[in-house]
Design a protein around this ligand. Structure first.
Ligand code: TYM
Length: 393
């Protein structure tokens, strides 16, 4: 079956290879194996978010967001620099995006929820890119019609996230390329094929559109400087899979007279199956913003857990929350830090049964998704307001 999240599924091009020695691999297009997040920091050359960065957040915002204290957002490039700039009065733009290859699941909206939080706290303008071109080029199974459909649907999810309409602009690559093209060709001129091969793993059988695509995702990093007519810092919240794009962008930034874009990287929300990130390619283990309450119940009920085979054994031996997607899902989305610690300990000593955690997850998810769906419905009236026209922000 085709995999809408995996642009290399069933395509004739040679599969893009990553370091075969590693038991896991993370690229912008696929995540395989059990990710070792610390190792990924070394491999990608990013930095961990230190307590001094958390202190800076606290100084500026008066708090540390749970997704930071829980280390869901755990890695960065130049985050300290951008916070320092902010403290000295220089505002930054936010930039994030979506490749519209399917409907939106809870993993996708994590960076969006965090971007909304940053937008509020730092009064930032946000550029949101929809890379419909990327999905068309990287997945031979997706038709333009399907991608257009997902683009329209995904825009509703973006708006439903609750971004400030006055400070948020959406660009759909194939429709608004006139605002990016001139930046993209300048970026492209600085990136050799040999760099693109090394960073993205392109090979002779990759189609030439794939090879030419990275500058398109890089260009919104510099659009704020053009809008503001002065070098403008940009912070990109996303999961760490997108980092290769920023690596090449950062390399060319100074050559083009711009600041290097800063990043804040998250881990992945796990799917509800045995392992792996939440992905549209395994819809039975992903919760989508369009799922019905019955479907949510069904998916959560059949979720894998870190529990024992029987209630008796669970009471006697305790469970293993570390490997339990239900635990992690609750931790990242719904539990407070304290609740999560308590859940962890109670599970470990056998005082908590998987059915109880599943009931919590189901109830929280149903409330969240039902509310989200109401906002999604309302979003249909405000699409135009969010589209970038180039005249103003
Ligand atoms: P896409 O559509 O694959 O993913 C959209 C965003 O969701 C993040 N993500 C996840 N986060 C947590 N848990 C998961 N299971 C999970 N799965 C996906 C991704 O990191 C991403 O932030 N090429 C991009 C689109 C894009 C973009 C950007 C993304 C264009 N410009 C700038 C981030 C920032 C893509 O296909 O994302």
């Amino acid at each position: 079956m085709s995999d809408p999240d995996d642009p290399h599924a069933n395509i004739s091009q040679e599969k893009i290879s990553v370091d075969q020695k590693d038991p896991f691999s993370v690229t912008p297009w696929e995540v395989e194996g059990q990710v070792d997040y610390d190792k990924l920091i070394d491999k990608f050359g990013t930095s961990e978010i230190t307590s001094s960065i958390l202190d800076s957040f606290k100084t500026i915002t008066g708090e540390i967001h749970p997704l930071l204290s829980l280390e869901y957002f755990y890695s960065h490039r130049d985050l300290d620099w951008i916070l320092e700039k902010y403290r000295h009065g220089e505002r930054f733009y936010l930039y994030t995006g979506r490749g519209p290859s399917g409907m939106i699941h809870m993993g996708h909206i994590m960076p969006w929820l965090f971007s909304k939080y940053l937008q509020e706290k730092f009064n930032s303008k946000l550029i949101f890119q929809l890379t419909d071109d990327e999905k068309f080029l990287f997945n031979q199974n997706l038709s333009k019609e399907k991608i257009n459909y997902f683009t329209r649907e995904n825009i509703l999810d973006i708006i439903a996230t609750g971004f400030d309409p006055k400070k948020t602009k959406i660009l759909v690559d194939s429709k608004h390329i006139q605002h990016l093209y001139s930046i993209a060709i300048e970026i492209a001129r600085h990136i050799t094929f040999s760099t693109a091969k090394a960073v993205f793993g392109f090979s002779n059988s990759s189609n030439i559109g794939m090879i030419g695509f990275p500058p398109i995702q890089a260009s919104p990093c510099f659009l704020p400087s053009i809008i503001e007519k002065a070098p403008t810092p940009v912070l990109i919240p996303a999961a760490i899979d997108q980092d290769p794009y920023w690596r090449v962008t950062r390399d060319v930034a100074t050559k083009m007279g711009y600041y290097k874009p800063a990043q804040i990287h998250s881990k992945f929300v796990p799917g509800l199956g045995v392992s792996g990130k939440m992905s549209s390619s395994r819809p039975e283990t992903a919760l989508f913003t369009t799922d019905t309450p019955e479907l949510i119940d069904k998916k959560v009920l059949s979720a894998f857990t870190g529990g024992q085979a029987t209630v008796q054994l669970q009471r006697k031996l305790g469970g293993n929350p570390d490997v339990c997607p239900v635990f992690w899902y609750l931790r990242y989305f719904f539990d407070t830090g304290e609740e999560s610690e308590e859940r962890f300990l109670k599970c470990k000593i056998g005082n908590l049964l998987c059915g109880e955690c599943k009931a919590d997850l189901s109830n929280h998810s149903k409330t969240f998704i039902t509310d989200f769906q109401k906002r999604r419905e309302k979003a249909k009236d405000s699409v135009d307001e969010f589209i970038y026209t180039g005249d103003s922000f």
